[in-house]
Design a binder for this molecule. Sequence first.
Ligand SMILES: O=C(O)CCC(=O)C(=O)O
Length: 269
Amino acid sequence: MTTAATELDRPYAVAPSDVERYAADGYVKLRGVLDAGVVARYEPEITEQVIRLNTQHLPQSERDTYSRAFLQVTNLWQQSEKVREFVFSRRLAGIAAQLLGVPSVRLYHDQALYKEAGGGFTPWHVDQHYWPLSTDRTITVWVPLQDTPAELGPLTFAAGSHRSGYGRELEISDESEARLDEFVTSSGFLVDDAPFAVGDVSFHSGWTIHRAPANGSETPRRVMTVIYMDAAIEIAQPINRYQEADLASWLGSRPVGGVADGPLNPVLF
Ligand SMILES: O=C(O)CCC(=O)C(=O)O
């Protein structure tokens, strides 16, 4: 019998053209990776955990740009056996490994990113600014839990920007939005803000410049993400306060120069 859990573990062979696109663009969108019914089976539990664990209770008008962008709840897999099934999906982790070109990947952490009805835009940024990791072999899967047309705030990528090296010192802020917007526009990168249907997912590299528009609709944009890293990646010396915090929170304060194999970093594929 096929259950939602076995669907999540079913192998997915990434087409060579998608591996090439990921290498060239720093992201790839894959259509229909998850069955809509599987997403529907997990969405209520993820949403319930987000509501239970959310600590943001200020009205939008009293928040800064970052906090208006989404409710952010991390490592839900530790809170719920059902969410753990989703986060530990071998299907998704296997795609991550194929796109990175590595035999095996570990979990860095998961996070739900719920853009509320009327929630603000997510500023242009790169993720790896926050991570004390030794190489660029990092990747995030962004899984919308409903159809995500333009008005809900689909994840948006500057294709090829992962190779630019630009803006890596910028945290997510009004400044990152302004400076990276200027850079993306003046460099002529193609900006991909296409909608997602339920079951579609995207994978983006830790150095790809990306953002999301505001949620102008009356329903929340519910999204689950999982961040993977090459299983052999090492801990790098933190170079900012966020990386210091991540080393303690997600990497078990493992030693600099050692493999990132803390207790919260199981091999998922
Ligand atoms: O969902 C969003 O609005 C932003 C997501 C993002 O930046 C990420 O997953 O790296």
